[in-house]
Design a protein. Structure first.
Length: 325
């Protein structure tokens, strides 16, 4: 096996602060960082004075003293069409852009890293390079909520050399393939367990693999409540638009029911996936549950529906009590 050594070319600050006190409209359950048997893996706010949480990796996150790249430099190095399309927004002085090259066990990966210079926040993950609505929503999310966006560079393709970047999270065999530990560590490098992980995706309309009408094995569909009160800018309620929640507990358990209801009562479709040891599909959400990482949400919209993606991100952040700046 080749030795996997991520080469950091440029990234930025990943220093995190403690979340503020509880506010109205949060999920009606107590969040805990590590899933116990029969419990939904969720996020908790550290007690007052608690020390810094342990990171996912044993190496420190990149220092803010390292050079940040301009959008023009990223475009020159990678030809990234997403960066070209959003160059003006990505030039915001609050953002730091960089490229991380990873010599993995199943492929060599290139990751675009966009982080907020001064505000800690969630880890936003975009595995598929052809999902523009997800990328656009991710950039706005970093500006509004802070944190770090990690986007896989695969030439505007969903797959990278025949490999699905959302099916290689973990450290062992899974499904029909195997995980890439170096890639997994790079995507989650410096992760602060006080903040959620949010996977961002867009889906082929009415023909994609993720659909409320056709839940995949292990998932159950819970449609938005018919009488839910939604305001302007609400996400669509079609079969392509949803938040995916995952946990060890079945959807009938109280914690899972509470999480599902929080979203459906606000007009959001939910797919809930029960994750079992030994049956990981090596997706980000499965890995997060089985590894006891912070709670992971997956935002799914139809291709091109940036408005719904942004609306779902806002609701996810509301559910964990993170306010926009």
């Amino acid at each position: 096996m080749r030795r996997a050594v991520p080469t950091i070319l440029a990234a930025s600050a990943l220093f995190f602060s403690v979340l503020s006190g509880a506010g109205p409209g949060r999920l009606p359950i107590e969040f805990t960082g590590v899933a116990a048997a029969g419990e939904l893996p969720v996020l908790r706010r550290p007690p007052e004075g608690e020390g810094a949480p342990s990171p996912v990796m044993d190496r420190p996150p990149p220092s803010s003293a390292q050079a940040c790249r301009t959008p023009a430099e990223i475009i020159a190095a990678t030809g990234d069409r997403d960066v070209r399309r959003l160059a003006d927004r990505l030039a915001d002085p609050e953002l730091c852009l960089g490229i991380v090259s990873v010599e993995g066990t199943v492929a060599r990966w290139s990751l675009l890293v966009i982080s907020h210079r001064s505000r800690s926040g969630p880890r936003w993950v975009l595995p598929h390079d052809n999902e523009n609505a997800a990328f656009d929503a991710g950039v706005v999310a970093v500006l509004r909520y802070g944190g770090v966006l990690v986007a896989v560079e695969s030439g505007e393709n969903r797959m990278w050399r025949g490999i699905d970047p959302n099916r290689v999270f973990g450290s062992g065999a899974c499904g029909r393939g195997r995980a890439d530990p170096a890639y997994t560590s790079a995507v989650l490098a410096g992760l602060d367990r006080r903040f959620p992980i949010v996977g961002l995706h867009s889906n082929e309309r009415r023909g994609g693999t993720i659909s409320m009408a056709r839940p995949y094995p292990g998932a159950e569909a819970f449609r938005a409540a018919a009488g839910a009160t939604v305001g302007p800018g609400a996400p669509r309620r079609d079969d392509d638009t949803m938040v995916i929640l995952a946990g060890r507990a079945p959807a009938t358990e109280a914690a899972a029911r509470g999480a599902i209801a929080w979203f459906t009562e606000r007009g959001v479709n939910v797919l809930y996936e029960t994750v079992r040891p030994g049956r990981s599909d090596c997706s980000l959400s499965n890995h997060a549950v089985l590894a006891g990482l912070p709670r992971t949400f997956t935002v799914e919209v139809g291709h091109g529906d940036t408005a719904s993606a942004r609306a779902l991100v806002d609701l996810v952040m509301q559910s964990v009590g993170i306010a926009p700046r």
